[in-house]
Design a protein around this ligand. Structure first.
Ligand SMILES: [Zn+2]
Length: 87
């Protein structure tokens, strides 16, 4: 009985080492190891939607307006004025 438990533990250790080795091979090949792969893909530049005209704008360059606890971004002063008018 004890022998079976020892065998089981040994198999667990071998299995773990095996997967670590596989991860190392994948990493060496330029891929992302399965344990460190990010679940979501994000674009390099995050874009936000102008709530008035629907244009996607970069927050860094867009006009902004803080309202309702969040910040809204607009493509132009015209859209920002329109948004203020609607509220
Ligand atoms: Zn706009």
């Amino acid at each position: 009985m004890v022998r079976w438990i020892l065998l089981f533990i040994l198999l667990l250790i071998i299995g773990r080492l095996f997967w670590r080795m596989v991860d190392g091979i994948i990493e060496a090949a330029g891929g992302t190891p399965r344990s460190r792969r990010a679940p979501t893909r994000r674009p390099a530049v995050r874009l936000v939607r102008d709530p008035v005209c629907g244009t996607h704008v970069a927050p860094a360059t867009a006009l902004s307006l803080a309202a309702d606890g969040t910040t809204h971004y607009f493509c132009s002063e015209k859209c920002r004025a329109e948004f203020k008018k609607r509220r």
